[in-house]
Design a protein around this ligand. Structure first.
Ligand code: AMP
Length: 280
């Protein structure tokens, strides 16, 4: 596996692969990699001749009061995991390489980004879309891999790739969980032992919501209310949102209709965690 820090080095490698007729898969991440990221890499490995992974903690997608400076980092462990997963090229740019001196262009996906995470993180999706669009422009992959863990992000990136004719197939991958149900996240490392236990309310709420929806409950508010009630029983938890929306458009549903996304965001202490279910 080769590790590079410049766009030009990525372009050179991809040019050579294309000359050999290889297909290319891209896995964008912010590092501090875990089994969720590994599942994306494994899928990319299986479906493409070559795999590029990126590790870039993107300042543009963090709000001023968020955890940009404390976001966990472990470059050596990340590189080892990428190598183990069969990644061919690991792209680790710094912000200056990514954005240059006089950056002025942004990608906004309207309609899908105002609700859910966009409400409490107003600049988040603009940052995500801009950096993902840039990564797609640098790598020009056939396919790019995203986790359903960030279900709104997946819907937004799909919309962007289609609207802007980026020519990249966006592949969604299932949520990878710890044995006790907690969705894997780099931010889980912020949790104390007590908070780690309390954080199980997210997966419990999501599982219950899914069961209700699967067993024929058609009232979206009833499903959301049942999920909220589970979370509110946990003293260390504070709900950011609990919503039932269309999984493609992120529009709120009153009568539950597939594809449906039941999504929660919850503060456990100071750490904001998300989880969800999708019924296709
Ligand atoms: P991040 O490093 O948090 O920006 O995540 C990079 C990619 O990994 C995103 O597409 C995430 O949705 C995906 N991802 C993160 N956690 C998980 C998980 N537990 N299961 C599946 N995919 C995940």
């Amino acid at each position: 596996m080769e590790i590079v820090t410049t766009k030009e080095a990525v372009r050179a490698a991809v040019r050579e692969w294309r000359r050999q007729g290889e297909s290319v898969g891209l896995v964008p991440t912010m590092g501090y990699l875990h089994a969720g990221h590994a599942s994306l890499m494994r899928r990319a490995r299986a479906e493409n001749g070559r795999v590029v992974a990126s590790v870039f903690v993107n300042p543009m997608q963090f709000g001023p009061a968020e955890d940009l400076d404390s976001y966990p980092r472990d470059p050596e462990r990340d590189a080892a995991l990428c190598a183990e997963m069969g990644v061919d090229l690991l792209f680790r740019p710094d912000p200056a390489e990514m954005y240059g001196r006089d950056f002025r262009s942004y990608v906004d996906v309207s309609g899908l980004t105002e609700g859910l995470c966009g409400r409490s993180r107003p600049v988040h999706f603009r940052g995500v879309c801009t950096v993902v669009c840039k990564l797609m422009g640098i790598v020009r992959p056939d396919r790019a891999y995203f986790g359903q863990k960030d279900a709104q992000q997946l819907a937004v990136v799909r919309r962007m790739a289609e609207d802007l004719d980026l020519g990249v197939q966006v592949v969604g991958c299932p949520i990878v969980r710890e044995p006790d149900g907690l969705a894997m996240s780099s931010r889980n490392t912020y949790l104390s032992a007590e908070e780690r236990q309390a954080a199980l309310v997210l997966s419990r709420a999501v599982r219950h919501g899914r069961e209700l929806a699967e067993s024929g409950e058609r009232d979206a508010a009833a499903v959301a209310g049942a999920m909220r009630a589970i979370i509110e029983r946990e003293p260390l938890a504070r709900v950011d949102y609990v919503e039932v929306v269309d999984a493609r458009t992120i529009r709120p549903q009153t009568e539950l209709k597939r594809p449906v996304l039941g999504a929660v965001a919850v503060f456990i202490g100071r750490t904001r965690l998300i989880d969800n279910f999708i019924l296709e």
